[in-house]
Design a protein around this ligand. Sequence first.
Ligand code: DAH
Length: 339
Amino acid sequence: MKEMLEKIRAAAAEQLEAVTGEGELEALRVKFLGKKGELTAVLRGMGALSAEERPVIGALANEVRTFIEEKIAARSERLKSEAVSKRLEAERIDVTMPGKDIKVGSRHPLAKVELEMCDIFRSMGFDIVEGPEVETDYYNFTALNTPENHPARDVQDTFYITDTLLLRSQTSTVQVHVMENREPPIRIVSPGRVYRSDAVDATHSPMFHQLEGLVIDEDITMGDLKGILEIFSRRMFGDKTRVRFRPHHFPFTEPSAELDVSCFVCGGKGCRVCKGEGWIEILGCGMVHPNVLGMSGIDPEKYSGFAFGMGVERIAMLTLGIDDMRLLFENDTRFLEQF
Ligand code: DAH
């Protein structure tokens, strides 16, 4: 029996060494240690042994069992670590290989300028509000005190969808929505797209962007308008910028004005950018007409306000030094990448 046990030990040692996977290992465990295994078979025969032999053989059988168990455990450990090394080898990454050149997009220069404009007004307590691009003629004209026969209503300028529906030709429409829905004090700017049936050239496009402003409260004066626009102009065009009002006419403001800023390139001496004028026109503005306040449910006896509207492309072209608006819409990345 002793011999048989030693044989089992030797066979187990040899076969376990040759194992290549967990499945085979388990099969050997059953073969040697299982209920119907070789070692169990030997132990069953122990009843036939003499009283002196039995403890000796018993001790040896236990030793062989422990030996096989330890061998299996060790073999299993090794199989696991071999599997890990294999996987590490298979998934090895060469970190010195050149990476893929992924093109990262960025904000469009026009969007950047619009954001900057909004930020300046936001810092002065203005809310940013958006309005619909498809409007009724009421919001685009009637509520803005633009009479039936006003040339701006001409089909030549405005894209009509039906007799009464149109693509807004100005962001001033948002003034009306805001006055209908908010109580004074009101302090908003509204950026967005506007549409006019203009032919494309260096300074015209059938779609462009405006930024509208509206402030309504008790005792708002033209001085407040000038102060706000002066701060905006200095932040946008530089600390040394001066502003001036020129009288003008808009149906929805009275009095109305256009705002010029001193040329931020030549400082007012006259150059190519200001066309020798020293001044650059940047927006239209005025005190909101009492009719406009009244139509939108604001008491013109109690409240007054000012409004202004400017072209974002125009401001962008001035600050970015571009002399053709089409560059902003062609989306040639060689151009866009410069900003
Ligand atoms: N809506 C005018 C335009 O498109 C710009 C404008 C002028 C807006 C005066 C105003 C304003 O709010 O008060 O030319």
